[in-house]
Design a binder for this molecule. Structure first.
Ligand SMILES: *[C@@H]1O[C@H](CO)[C@@H](O)[C@H](O)[C@H]1NC(C)=O
Ligand SMILES: [Zn+2]
Length: 466
């Protein structure tokens, strides 16, 4: 019955087009939050749909944000309290984007369950809910109190969630001991625990010259072009071999320890399938340790685009009057976004000054998300390792994420509690892409892991309880 029941929820959840980026789908998103709340209510949880206000749209109109679902199972002060965070909104998906099946009709093909949101993040949320359900079905007392925080705006930046966490710090979160996030993926077929994510500092660099766009035939050769200035300074950020040239950035990075090197060496990772996956013949580094280290624990500069530049097809002979480059620098320990902001701004102004251009440069940092790093020897991680070992009969890879999961940092900063990231998704799940799926192997194993983990291992590790 448990498995049947779980699959029914999975189908029902994937069938709801809870795309948080599409304002026309907002009613579906509200329905998704209500469906999630109802499932938790039927299980006997104390459930709230927390109003987190409205969002302002570019056209000035406002739109209600999806409520955040909180749920509590057990309030025994003698037990530890574990809080699971997840999200039930999804990225957009259309059959005509190249899906082999209807993205909102969960379809089982050879043990893979295809559907938008299957891996990111509906199945992981359900896996934790099923862990509680499994105890209930077996009439076993929950040995820890379990809480859930489930949001519906993760894919568009978790609007309103930071404020909600801050507002409930001394209420809902006051008795939380541990926070669990399963919104990431394994690196290979081997289960993994994630102990770090990179932050991100996102910059705009604007160069402004003439008061309007000019014709290159008429004015070319008489003006110092903003685009030339901009490309010139962008080219000073990073060397062709990937060395960041901004003074102070590399110096701030925590050195790679011997233990870390050894750990990376042991991780299951295939360079060739990685190359095939992204469709390149050569990577920045040719050995696994260097590649993983630069994916996870070194900063990098990525140039994303230039606003105001001519980018349509065809050949327009324009001299753009104002161009704005968008670039970002992934953050790792011990970089500090406030310091990075100053380093980047000072550096770009100094290289710009050397050009002796009459144009104006303006540098702004629009996002400053810090990295997150956990101690892999912490009891939470020891419990996670033991649970994976028991269920999958292998040790998990200890991995990091190159991307940013800002909510981890918020939880840590606001609640001061320890966090573990326990991925459930496979490396080939196609998050945010066509044919997203969750494999039964991962999901079933994980439900077992999560039930062992929340309800038993943490206790044993923390208190010696057997
Ligand atoms: C989902 O797909 C299955 C198999 O292709 C089909 O039988 C079923 O009718 C579909 N359900 C919906 C709601 O479209
Ligand atoms: Zn996600």
């Amino acid at each position: 019955g448990e498995r049947e029941c779980g699959e029914k929820s999975g189908e029902e959840w994937v069938a709801i087009e809870s795309d948080s980026s599409n304002v026309l789908k907002r009613p579906d998103l509200h329905r998704m939050m209500e469906t999630t709340a109802q499932k938790l209510r039927l299980m006997g949880g104390t459930v709230e749909l927390v109003d987190i206000g409205e969002q302002e749209l570019p056209n000035g109109q406002t739109l209600a944000l999806p409520k955040v679902v909180t749920a509590t199972f057990g309030t025994d002060p003698n037990k530890h309290t574990v809080c699971v965070y997840g999200h039930v909104d999804v990225q957009p998906a259309k059959l005509e984007d190249g899906w082999a099946t209807d993205p909102y009709n969960l379809t089982d093909i050879n043990g893979n369950l295809y559907g938008r949101g299957a891996s990111d993040n509906k199945a992981p949320v359900l896996a934790w809910i099923h862990a509680v359900e499994a105890y209930q079905a077996l009439s076993m007392e929950l040995p820890v109190n379990v809480k859930f925080v489930i949001e519906g705006m993760e894919e568009t930046g978790s609007n309103g969630l930071d404020a909600m966490i801050l507002a409930q710090r001394d209420t809902f979160f006051s008795d939380v001991d541990y926070i669990i996030i399963s919104d990431c993926g394994w690196l290979s077929r081997r289960p993994a625990l994630t102990y770090g994510t990179r932050g991100n500092c996102y910059f705009f660099a604007e160069v402004e010259g003439p008061k309007q766009d000019l014709h290159s035939g008429v004015y070319g050769g008489t003006v110092i072009e903003p685009m030339t200035d901009l490309i010139g300074i962008l080219d000073t950020l990073i060397s062709p071999s990937g060395k960041i040239l901004i003074p102070g950035i590399r110096e701030a990075v925590a050195p790679l320890s011997d233990e870390e090197w050894k750990m990376y060496q042991d991780i299951q990772f295939d360079m060739d399938s990685y190359k095939n996956k992204i469709g390149v013949t050569q990577l920045m580094y040719s050995n696994k340790v260097d590649l993983l280290a630069h994916m996870w624990r070194y900063p990098t500069v990525s140039v994303h685009g230039i606003e105001g530049a001519f980018s349509d097809s065809g050949s327009k002979t324009v001299i753009p009057a104002k161009v704005t480059a968008k670039f970002s620098i992934r953050q790792v320990p011990n970089m500090d976004p406030a310091m990075v902001k100053k380093q980047v701004t000072d550096y770009l102004h100094s290289v710009f000054a050397k050009r002796k251009s009459p144009n104006k440069l303006k540098v702004t940092m629009v996002i400053g998300a810090k990295p997150w790093l956990a101690d892999t020897q912490h009891p939470l991680y020891e419990a996670g390792k033991a649970a994976v070992k028991r269920v999958f009969d292998m040790d998990p890879d200890l991995i990091r994420e190159g991307g940013t999961i800002p909510i981890a940092r918020t939880f840590q900063d606001v609640t001061g509690k320890s966090i573990i990231m326990m991925p459930i998704g496979g490396f080939d799940d196609g998050l945010h892409s066509q044919n997203e799926k969750m494999s039964r192997f991962d999901a079933t194993g994980f439900t077992l892991v999560s039930s062992h983990f929340t309800l038993q291992e943490v206790l044993e590790q923390e208190t010696g309880y057997e």
